[in-house]
Design a protein around this ligand. Sequence first.
Ligand code: G6P
Length: 608
Amino acid sequence: MCGIVGYTGTLQAAPILLDGLRRLEYRGYDSAGVAVHDGERIERVKAGGTVAGLAEKTANGAALHGVCGIAHTRWATHGAPTDTNAHPHLSEHGLFAVVHNGIIENYALLRAELQGEGYVFRSETDTEVVAHLLEKYYDGDFKRTVMRTAARLEGSYVLGVLCSEAPGRLFCVKEAGPLLLGLGVGENYFASDVTALVSHTKNVIYMDDGELAELTPEKITVFDRTGREITKTVSHVVWDIEAAEKGGYEHFMLKEIMEQPRAVKSTVDPRIRDGEIVFEDFDPSSEELAGINRLVITACGSAYHAGVVAKYVIEALCRVSVEVQLASELRYSDPIIDGHTLLIVVSQSGETADTIAAMRECMARGARSLAIVNVVGSTIARLADHVIYTHAGPEIAVATTKGYTTQLAALYLFAVWYAKRLGRIDSARYNELVEGIRALPGMVQRAIDLNVHVRYLAERWHGHKSLFFIGRNIDYAAAMEGSLKLKEISYIHSEAYAAGELKHGTIALIDEQRLVVALCCQEQLFEKMVSNIQEVKARGAKVLGVSLEGDRRIFAEADDVLFVPRGERLFAALPELIPLQLFAYYIARENGCAIDKPRNLAKSVTVE
Ligand code: G6P
């Protein structure tokens, strides 16, 4: 979950690499570094802290001369985030510089072997073994050296390598982590993510595991594990650089919250034609569907929460039982999966290591897979039998907003489509549900407009040290995401609880210091929620109600209220999250937190 970028061409490399790092910084931001070939040797600068610190140290790159280089922004796994542990790492005599994303699982053995041969280690990282192995195996042939080195590594490694004896040439290697190549004119690039490339080129090649590539200014050559040259497809990226910039907003997170009406529309609109749900990229045969008797959803973090919402919706509409499992648990659970299981894999990035591993485990047991993914060409998208892209556009803030709501929209489309294919809903209900989905972008905008007062509520409530989010049914699933949003960006303790379960122990924590956010958008359970609100109020808690627009009953119960526009009950979680995202955002802002890059987190978790 680090970010790497490489450039070879005719322009000064360091400023281009720093710009790339700024765009990759959401992948890790505890230290950064850059290495450039100055025509004779490799120059390297590293800095603990953010890319801004590295930019300052190098006069925005001007202090480093050379037209070919590699750079890295780190999320520490082995060794603290210090200058010394930052990448790039150099080999003993400075012959090679290497950047790495992933974890080398056999690094301890390799380190001992190399130390036994006299190699001196300067950092605590797993990556340094790669630098020394490169020098150990170097026989004048750059490609062969990289291949021999990669063959010794176990685990996940995406590498970028610079050799002082090969000016203008770069190698990169992919094994279990994201990597793509950017094709320019007289210049070429590699990067962990397309956001680092789009200001330079829209022509990209997605690398697959086990491949390596050689880059010179004129040419990119890709090889398989055995060193045989292979032909890769060039893809064209459809969005441009504005999509990955703040566009006047104070934070990416706020920009991405505000983008949601458009993002949800991009998920929904292309899939509804003449009142029918049609997936261009998901069209299983009737035989394939007939063979499915079980649905399992797997994901991590917010994507998992989207899966929990989907369970309620799919079960209500399709009357098929749905299991939702955290990918990190599913992968080690010896899961009961066979060829009759449809595995739905939800992921914004398409690169989350645990999700990929769970998916591989289930597919090896025969499951058919449907991926709901945002990033085109990502590992999960390519592994899956079927894909529904969410088309949310690039999401830069670490805390997901539009990534999550577009996952919900895609899952709603699937649920309604599947219910119809199973014959579980009649055409009147189908039409009503399709209209309910079509209305979602407008409802998201309405949810933004209805809650302009949320920033003032944040002023009032930002000092609370502990919150509970409570709800029932779909409101409970929405509470999980609302609670996560708050804790990850504001560092305030918060927990989501099924409202009816509170009294079985956790209510002991309720006192005058507690703020309880009570989600009351499932009309059929409103009275039950009122009872739960009264239980916490009787113990001194303050209550922030989240209620359907126009429902005046909540005013008698809550200290403050957030509003959710009315629409199809089953789809309420999507508009409901908008005020909760805004609430988390403004609380974190009041508390002066690093909203786009919260401490200890990274957007794309490509390690186990
Ligand atoms: C990280 C992010 C979360 C995200 C989770 C799963 O923890 O900080 O926001 O929900 O990974 O990511 P994915 O890309 O698979 O949706």
